[in-house]
Design a protein around this ligand. Structure first.
Ligand SMILES: Cc1ncc(COP(=O)(O)O)c(C=O)c1O
Length: 362
């Protein structure tokens, strides 16, 4: 068999499409004007989200980026410092929004596979002094995207929360993939969210809804977040169309994240057998598989371009680092297909010279 016969898209879990059940729910959703608080489907999704996370209230936003931004703006003032992990999505990939729009200063702290320890933060906290910007917020990320989908345990979250409270600080959780974390650790998601003041989670990643992220916290915070969402142009009208899919995402799509983790591990083990690729499969905890292809004599961009030509899509990080993400719609055969294609690209790389045609794993 020659060259590729299909496309396996492992760039991100954001490429997931809505399920049939979601499309039907969207079609028949009861709608109203959500800026007036009159969309019953949005109201239902917000109540469900708050309950799932063990908090008082929730707010539907357009994206994870908007959810993080309204969360931060709602509990800080211009000129304050915000503590974040070095590689936090909020710092790295959100266009500097909280600095540009909120006048906030990031104070970066190096974590351990994305996880901040109590002492890391303690060292970064500055005493009250006329020379220093005040700090009121610590942001954490679970699972941590750039660290490769790593999880924070309940006890790790608790220790940072306790430190925060002893200094009068709030903790915001970027929980874009918080359900992946809960499933990977076999804990109820509330074991992770009880130790944060506010959080956001995404409906549109592994949970497969087409649009939307939820901000969650106490009632007062959600009231403020609602104003900031409006300020940012995120007041949507008949948003029940989106919320209908979100309800299915929360009610029906959480348990299947386990399959994504199984396939991510399978992928990691297969990659570990390929010469020129560096990965430690024991570090793959959820659905993100990050690895190094520099041993093939290729940059991440060159490698992803070569993979793209054989129908397997991946994301380049930096230098020789790349990543693949499993998600709804990716099955065992797709992982086998991807591994065969990766093997063949590796065999044809300039360093490992064993020319072969790309073939499919029948
Ligand atoms: C950890 C994390 N936070 C926030 C976001 C932002 O979500 P969105 O792409 O919906 O803005 C992402 C997106 O990949 C993410 O991985």
């Amino acid at each position: 068999m020659k060259l590729h016969m299909k496309t396996v898209d492992l760039r991100s879990d954001t490429v997931t499409l809505p399920t049939e059940e979601m499309l039907e729910a969207m079609h028949s959703a009861k709608l109203g004007d959500d800026v007036y608080g009159e969309d019953p489907t949005v109201n239902k999704l917000e109540e469900l989200s708050a309950k799932k996370m063990g908090k008082e209230a929730a707010l539907l936003t357009t994206s994870g980026t908007q959810a993080n931004l309204v969360s931060v703006l709602s509990q800080t003032a211009r000129g304050e410092e915000v503590i974040l992990e070095n590689d936090a999505h909020m710092y790295y990939y959100e266009v500097g929004a909280f600095s540009a729009l909120g006048g906030l200063i990031p104070r970066l702290v190096t974590g351990h596979k994305g996880v901040l320890r109590r002492e890391d933060i303690e060292n970064a906290l500055r005493p009250s002094n006329i020379h220093f910007p005040p700090t009121h917020l610590i942001c954490i990320e679970n699972t941590h995207n750039r660290a490769g989908g790593t999880v924070w345990s309940p006890s790790q979250t608790k220790s940072v929360f306790e430190l925060a409270k002893s200094h009068g600080l709030n903790v915001h959780l970027d929980g874009a993939r918080i359900f992946n974390s809960a499933i990977a650790q076999n804990v109820d998601v509330r074991e992770l969210t009880q130790y944060v003041d506010t959080l956001m989670f995404c409906l549109s990643k592994g949970l497969s809804a087409p649009v939307g992220s939820m901000v969650v916290g106490d009632r007062k915070f959600i009231e403020r977040a609602r104003r900031y969402r409006k300020m940012l142009g995120g007041g949507m009208r008949q948003a029940g169309i989106i919320a209908a899919a979100g309800i299915i995402a929360i009610e029906k799509m959480v348990d299947r994240l386990r399959d994504d983790h199984t396939y991510a591990k399978m992928l990691a083990k297969g990659l570990n057998q390929i010469e020129g690729i560096k990965i430690d499969p024991s570090e793959v905890q959820t659905n993100i598989v990050a690895f190094d292809v520099s041993g093939l004599g290729m940059t991440g961009e060159a490698w992803t371009a070569a993979m793209n030509r054989v129908g397997v899509k991946a994301g380049a990080l930096e230098k020789g680092r790349v990543r693949m993400v499993t998600h709804h719609g990716i099955e065992k055969e797709d992982i086998e297909y991807a591994l065969t294609a990766i093997e063949d690209v590796a065999s044809n790389s300039s360093i490992i010279q064993k020319p072969k045609m790309i073939r499919t794993r029948a």
